[in-house]
Design a protein around this ligand. Structure first.
Ligand code: GTQ
Length: 349
């Protein structure tokens, strides 16, 4: 080491005592030329995770666990309970007869129903029955509990859904509050289907206007969303990058259903070979129908129904479909758009 390098080292050590360090050693990391996320492409096969989730039911009840969830932690973000830098993902299991008790928190949550029938979630006094493929929201600070009473006349089934929350974002902002309910279940004040009847048909009540940053629709049923994609498929050519892709909306604003998380459903026709694109919002995908491949930053991940995978920020994504494929996805795009920093780039191959 030459004299200057030694002097610098000694100086750095001295100023460290006062919690100071020289910007010039780290400027390139603090102000990168483009995003270089530590988040990595990753896929969780449902065939691997389901047996482990079922095993957890023998170790802990939903009641004791409060939420019996296996967290899908990005290997590039170890120890941070994060799927991407801003968003959390987990697979939650509720066995027949169980209740996951009422609580509320500042974190916004979505449920995307992956497997099984007969469970419900109750949000702010209204129950919603879960069906595979339904997208259900739990807006910030709303009371919610989950249960599984089965479907009348059918044998009871375990129900598994994907939880998507803005947990890392709220932690980053140090803005998290939560509380438990006094009772296991929060009192029901509206009949099931009320929010959808009021707001789910391209109409809204004249005298009952909901105010709030989040959608008054708690459940966006798969049957309706899938039908929209099927009828588009019959009427227009697919986009060369993303097939037919629709975003879920807050019916009063046209924006995302919750302020921090955008959600999408897309259909890729059998044989589709998408062109590459990248965006600053990394995303978590849940496969609803069909097999295919996601090529993410050059890495090929083969997916099947009910698998979950992560596309990091600014990683180039190419989607290939062996069969008709339906993908649900969520990202922090509304946050980036509110802050005027969202960018995307579409490649022509
Ligand atoms: O269902 O309320 O996966 O509070 C993580 C935190 C689910 C929930 C999670 C939660 C929930």
């Amino acid at each position: 080491m030459n004299a200057l390098a030694a002097d610098r080292r000694a100086y750095y050590e001295r100023i460290r005592q006062l919690s100071l360090f020289p910007l010039w050693e780290q400027l390139h990391d603090l102000v990168p030329q483009e995003p270089a996320s530590p988040c990595v492409p990753v896929l969780w096969r449902f065939a691997d995770v389901k047996p482990l989730l079922m095993e957890s039911a023998g170790l802990i009840t939903a009641e004791e666990a409060v939420r019996r969830v296996l967290v899908l932690e990005n290997p590039g973000l170890a120890g941070r309970s994060s799927a991407t830098q801003s968003l959390y993902a987990g697979l939650q299991l509720i066995m027949p007869g169980e209740i996951a008790p009422a609580h509320r928190h500042v974190q916004s949550a979505l449920r995307f129903i992956v497997d099984g029938r007969g469970a419900y979630t109750a949000v702010d006094g209204e129950r919603t029955t879960m069906h595979p493929g339904d997208f259900i929201i739990t807006p910030a600070w709303t009371w919610h509990d989950h249960g599984n009473e089965g479907v009348a006349g059918e044998s009871p089934e375990p129900v598994i859904w994907l939880d998507g929350l803005d947990v890392p974002l709220v932690r980053f902002l140090d803005a998290g509050f939560a509380e438990n309910g006094d009772e296991r279940t929060h009192a029901l004040t509206r009949r099931e289907g009320t929010s959808f009847a009021r707001y789910g048909h391209n109409m809204v009540p004249v005298r009952h206007l909901h105010r709030g940053a989040s959608s008054p629709i708690f459940s966006y049923p798969y049957s309706r969303s899938r039908e929209a994609l099927a009828s588009l498929q019959q009427r227009e050519a697919p986009d060369a990058w993303e097939g037919w892709k629709l975003r879920y909306v807050h019916p009063l604003t046209g924006g995302a259903p919750m302020p921090t998380i955008a959600t999408y459903l897309q259909l890729l026709p059998r044989g589709f070979r998408g062109k590459g694109a990248r965006a600053t919002d990394g995303a978590i995908y849940s496969v609803v129908e069909g097999r295919g491949t996601a090529e993410i930053a050059g890495q090929r991940l083969d997916f099947a129904p009910k698998d979950t995978f992560v596309v990091p920020s600014w990683a180039t994504l190419r989607l290939h479909a062996e069969q008709d494929v339906v993908l649900f996805s969520y990202s922090d795009r509304p946050v980036q758009e509110a802050l005027a920093m969202h960018r995307e780039q579409r490649l022509d191959h």
